[in-house]
Design a protein around this ligand. Structure first.
Ligand SMILES: [Zn+2]
Length: 170
């Protein structure tokens, strides 16, 4: 069995908020709200994903040995900190790693400014030059400071971060 990469995840049903943030940071993160354990295992193995779970019984399953992280906290910030520590996960928004839609997990693509102008509030289109959108749900994302709160807290444990963030926060 191939070792799963440490940047392609399946987040269990208790980790919806973490899943959204991992997507924004650009990590392919599968997540389903309601899913039986056997389907979690099937998908983790079939798609060769690294399982993130809060479920101790699931984490004990032999078939998941060497391919999961058992998260120890319910707090998002602590969960991200654990992944940074144990998987050396980069928590910066990296321009070379395209963000993914927080809802759909699809990679965001750039859209022309004139198209975005028709779809976002005027105060946004007047201030922002670059927009991306999700081909799945049509949500539009743009650099901004609305997510600076969590990013600033993350900065405290991983050093300086770029100023840009994305607006449509989870
Ligand atoms: Zn989407």
């Amino acid at each position: 069995m191939t070792e799963p990469p440490l940047t392609v995840f399946f987040a269990d049903s208790m980790l919806g908020r973490l899943a959204r943030w991992l997507r924004i940071l650009g990590y392919d993160t599968a997540y389903e709200r309601v899913v039986p354990d056997r389907d979690v295992i099937d998908r983790v193995l079939r798609e060769n994903r690294w399982l993130l779970t809060r479920d101790e019984d699931l984490a004990k399953r032999r078939v998941l040995r060497g391919r999961h992280t058992l998260l120890t906290s319910d707090a998002l910030e602590e969960q991200l900190r654990q992944l940074a520590r144990e998987l050396s996960l980069d928590l910066a928004i990296d321009p070379h790693r395209a963000s993914r839609c927080a809802e759909c997990n699809l990679t965001l693509g750039p859209i022309p400014h004139e198209e975005a102008v028709r779809l976002v509030p005027a105060f946004v289109s007047g201030q922002q030059a670059a927009f991306t959108s999700c081909a799945g749900c049509g949500r539009i994302y743009w650099p901004g400071t609305h997510w600076s709160d969590l990013l600033a807290r993350l900065k405290r444990f991983r050093g300086p971060a770029p100023d840009s963030a994305l607006v449509a926060g989870p």
